[in-house]
Design a protein around this ligand. Structure first.
Ligand code: PBG
Length: 331
């Protein structure tokens, strides 16, 4: 209920900076950010990623340095993605289970550098390790097999937890994987390891730069529409979230981000569970392209989009702009 003009002039509270601060409904802080990092082989390596200007793949030493930077900036958590060398990729993605793979090395290096000052979130899915670029095991027709894949994902999750991961984040969209992973974590003594489920992950055109970053883009034939969600569907996202909560997820994710804020808001309204969103690689690239074209100002675009996630109900956001945003928020 609002009185009519002129008793109500909504511009009154907007007139000064102090008043805008006083009436601000949503806050954004570095503690709302999760910083995705790409891991590569070697030492002292920083490889720029063409389609993600400003983002690099780091060798293990660089990953440890980024984690320290996150701590200094007040960013509570980093998310790791490996660029697996071509000769370590295979049809079954077995490198995902190697206790010395890039992910496990990176987890241990962060632990050595930062102790428990920063959370380490690890992606569970086979696409960074498979020769065909799909997230799971495929049959002769190229169909991604659900239950066979879940069995491997469980081993991948345990491999990451054994190396010291804090949050297991399954991004594969197989049915039933949260229950299977939760059970294995409990049985394996990893009772404190969280699961952040990519619950509503869409078959999106916004993942292109990420696939270049992990080296699966050129390998992928076809698409991921038999497991990732149809962008046309909203009710189905609520069913995905409900199932993942019932199976033991501690928090859920919506992905991509900005084009799916309606899903964030619906999930938040329906469930009492922390909701995160992933501002994905294509969204990052769009902002950078706008900046390069002189169509917008980077700092303002970044902070406005991140605030939008918070307003929609997110507990936090995965964003490649995390370090920049944290610096801006620190003033
Ligand atoms: C892998 C995975 C993808 C992303 C995160 N985990 C790509 C995909 O599903 O094809 C995308 C992240 C981004 O675009 O920034 N399962």
């Amino acid at each position: 209920m609002t009185a009519s003009y002129p008793a109500t002039r909504l511009r009154r509270t907007r007139a000064t900076s102090w008043s805008r601060a006083l009436h601000r409904e949503t806050v954004l802080t570095p503690a709302d950010l999760i910083w995705p990092l790409f891991v590569t082989s070697g030492r002292g390596v920083a490889e720029p990623i063409t389609s993600l200007p400003g983002v690099s793949r780091w060798s293990i030493d660089g990953i440890a340095a980024r984690a320290k930077e996150a701590v200094a900036l007040g960013i509570p958590c980093v998310a790791l993605f490996p660029h697996t060398p071509a000769d370590r990729r295979s049809a079954d993605g077995a490198e995902a289970l190697n206790p010395d793979n890039l992910m496990c090395q990176a987890i241990r290096a962060i632990r050595d550098a930062c102790g428990s000052d920063v959370g380490v979130l690890t992606d569970v899915a086979l696409d960074p390790y498979t020769s065909h670029g799909q997230d799971g095991l495929v049959d002769d027709a190229g169909y991604v097999l659900n239950d066979d894949t879940v069995a491997v994902l469980v081993d991948q999750a345990i491999n990451q937890a054994d190396a010291g991961a804090d949050i297991i984040a399954p991004s594969d969209m197989m049915d039933g994987r949260i229950r299977a992973i939760r059970l294995a974590l409990e049985m394996g003594g990893h009772t404190q390891v969280q699961i952040m489920s990519y619950a509503a992950k869409y078959a999106s055109a916004f993942y292109g730069p990420f696939r270049e970053a992990v080296g699966s883009g050129g390998l992928l034939k076809g698409d991921k529409k038999t497991y990732q969600m149809d962008p046309a569907n909203g009710d189905e996202a609520l069913r995905e979230v409900a199932m993942d909560i019932a199976e033991g997820a501690d928090s859920v994710m919506v992905k991509p981000g900005l084009p799916y804020l309606d899903i964030v808001a619906r999930v938040k309204a329906r469930f009492d569970v922390p909701v995160f969103a992933y501002q994905v690689s294509g969204e990052y690239a769009m902002i950078e392209a706008a900046v390069a074209a002189g169509a917008g100002e980077r700092d303002a675009l970044v902070l406005e989009t991140l605030m939008a996630f918070k307003r929609a109900g997110c507990s936090g956001v995965l964003t490649y702009h995390a370090a920049l945003a944290a610096r801006l928020l620190a003033g």
